[in-house]
Design a binder for this molecule. Structure first.
Ligand SMILES: [Zn+2]
Length: 107
């Protein structure tokens, strides 16, 4: 998740936004993933998705998947999705100024 964290260093002491790993609660610096699951729809079921999680790769990622398997089991038609954290943040930033509903090329 994204959180504001206090920091006393340069350029000045203040709170800075950072990405925190939802598994180990440490800051993600460099490599990381945005992870979510979507349930495969049957007939007219409404779209269901998990909250969006952020995680370090490898051990933290595996622990997150184990946690998700409890509530959002792959055996119950939930499908894994992930994106590199830097790509996710670039896409998110771009979409602050672009409505997918109003941009047919974006759908
Ligand atoms: Zn971690």
């Amino acid at each position: 998740m994204i959180e504001y964290v206090p920091h006393s260093g340069e350029p000045e002491a203040m709170n800075y936004p950072v990405v925190i790993c939802d598994t180990c609660r440490k800051q993600i610096v460099g490599e990381g993933l945005a992870v979510w699951r979507i349930k495969l729809r049957v007939k007219d079921e409404p779209r269901q998705h998990t909250p969006l999680y952020t995680t370090h790769k490898r051990e933290c990622e595996q622990a997150l998947h184990s946690q998700l398997n409890g509530q959002y089991s792959l055996d119950e038609n939930w499908i894994d999705f992930s994106e590199e954290i830097d790509v996710f943040l670039k896409q998110l930033s771009k979409n602050l100024n672009r409505s997918l509903v109003d941009d047919p090329a974006g759908l």
